[in-house]
Design a protein around this ligand. Structure first.
Ligand code: NI
Length: 168
């Protein structure tokens, strides 16, 4: 398992709901967690490891030795209020940061790793992170939230990096 980066097409896919939380799904979650912590990420969606299923994980403290992992399977945002703007990055969109408009307070519902229904009231960075990860499940990247100018500059930059890579 590895982190998939732009422009891989799986990042544009709409992830499928998880039907059964079995040992295979739990194994995916555990490997995603190891990958997130080893990359010092605060959140990860299954699309980002090439698996278009509706699974997100997050831990805004991101310290490997003090894990406080949150898992949401088939997450749904029940309510969202107030605005917040934050400079976001993404493990799947290297060399890019952008100021993104989000909701400051959200209520989200989903299943945890054991298949129990949970509700989370999230605010600030946690709320931002959950919205960012749910975006991934809908094939949306932070690039889709910034201006066309900024997006096109990034696309050009990545194209050049890929070209350089191919030429050795
Ligand atoms: Ni991301």
């Amino acid at each position: 398992m590895d982190i998939v980066v732009y422009p891989d097409s799986v990042l544009k896919e709409i992830a499928e709901p998880v039907e059964n939380i079995d040992s295979e799904i739990q194994g995916i979650i555990d490997r995603m967690a190891d990958l997130m912590y080893s990359n010092s990420g605060i959140g990860l969606a299954a699309n980002q490891v090439g698996i278009p299923k509706r699974i997100i994980i997050f831990d805004i403290n991101y310290r490997e030795n003090q894990r406080d992992l949150n898992v949401l399977i088939n997450p749904v945002i029940l309510s969202a209020e107030d605005k917040i703007v934050y400079e976001e990055g993404c493990l799947s969109v290297p060399y890019f940061n952008g100021k993104i408009n989000r909701k400051k307070n959200i209520k989200v519902q989903g299943l945890n790793r054991d298949g129990n229904l949970i509700d989370i009231d999230a605010e600030d960075l946690t709320a931002i992170c959950i919205q960012h990860e749910i975006d991934h499940l809908d094939g949306v990247l932070i690039l889709d939230h910034v201006s066309a100018l900024k997006r096109n500059m990034y696309k050009k930059k990545i194209k050049n990096l890929i070209k350089k890579d191919k030429n050795g």
